[in-house]
Write a protein that binds this ligand. Structure first.
Ligand code: SF4
Ligand code: SF4
Length: 289
């Protein structure tokens, strides 16, 4: 199984990737001779935020967007349900216009807007209270051989690039999802869920519009961004409880394992009712990069 952290280290060592520190400058500008090469046979992974943002941009429900443009796959190491842009992986992206521009440019996914900048974020194991420490977080320059962008005269710092491509907030939102994924890893999600994800998990990850409709939560009640953070918190709660049902807890030693992690029985409420409580009542936590 490929270890992506090892691959990144190797590519940083052999110069294929370049670590970008504050103040480093790099050359880049799209070249008219190769417009759109990067949108062909490209593996574009979408965050849950990308899915809802693109669906809104196209005036589609999230379910319709996923039906038409998404492809769910399961990460090899964790079995976590992950979404990619279906057509981009197989040939020209369906949003690529004949002149090489992107039809959905204002709401293109994070990976497209950040290119040629990529980020490596590693969230370490959660402690028994669920606190997750970031163990590695850095940006890298990852230009592809076919891309003529690095030959340009225009130069950027990392901050200038992130600002210009408007992806700072996309990375923040992505971090909240990566924290959920890291928790799933720590709770051995793959062991107790080797197949497709439980319906609630898919719903909270990829169908916020349906959630709003079902539970009558309008954008005026909770805006999209806060609703997203609340969904991520609810997903952590769901994972902790589903894992506890299977006997998996967060680093709880035998002596201190009181079983209190599983709150479902104590509260005598359904999982769904509790998760909806998160959507309505939990304020955004102090997320950092
Ligand atoms: S990012 Fe690179 S490959 Fe894509 S259009 Fe710009 S110059 Fe061409
Ligand atoms: S969404 Fe736009 S930028 Fe991204 S691969 Fe498709 S055409 Fe290219």
């Amino acid at each position: 199984m490929t270890n992506w952290r090892e691959t990144i280290k190797e590519e940083l060592t052999n110069g294929k990737l370049r670590c970008l520190k504050t103040g480093d400058r790099f050359r880049f500008e799209c070249h008219p001779d190769c417009m759109g090469r990067c949108c062909n046979r490209a593996d574009i992974t979408m965050d849950p935020w990308d899915v809802e943002n693109m669906a809104r941009g196209l005036a589609l429900s999230c379910a319709d967007f996923v039906d038409q443009y998404g492809e769910m796959y399961y990460a090899a190491d964790t079995n976590w349900p992950t979404m990619r842009l279906r057509h981009a992986a197989q040939g020209p992206c369906t949003f690529l216009l004949p002149d090489g521009r992107c039809r959905i440019y204002p709401y293109r996914p994070r990976n497209c807007r950040a290119y040629p900048v990529g980020r490596s974020l590693y969230i370490g194991p959660a402690d028994s209270a669920g606190v997750q420490a970031v163990q590695a977080d850095y940006f890298m320059l990852n230009t592809r051989d076919f891309c003529l962008g690095p030959g340009a005269n225009r130069t950027w710092t990392l901050d200038e690039w992130l600002r210009d491509s408007d992806c700072t907030d996309f990375f923040r939102l992505s971090t909240a999802h990566l924290r959920v994924k890291a928790l799933a890893r720590d709770l051995h999600y793959r062991e107790w869920n080797p197949g497709s994800p439980p319906m609630l998990l898919s719903l909270f990850l990829y169908e916020p519009d349906l959630l709003r409709e079902e539970f009558d939560i309008s954008e005026g009640d909770v805006d999209h961004r806060n609703f997203y953070y609340r969904r991520m918190e609810a997903l952590k709660f769901l994972l902790i409880n589903l894992a506890a049902e299977q006997g998996h807890r967060l680093n709880a030693g035998e002596a201190e394992d009181s079983g209190e992690v599983c709150t479902i029985d104590q509260a005598r409420m359904t999982m769904l009712e509790l998760m909806v409580g998160f959507l309505n009542n939990v304020d955004k936590q102090g997320y950092s990069w």
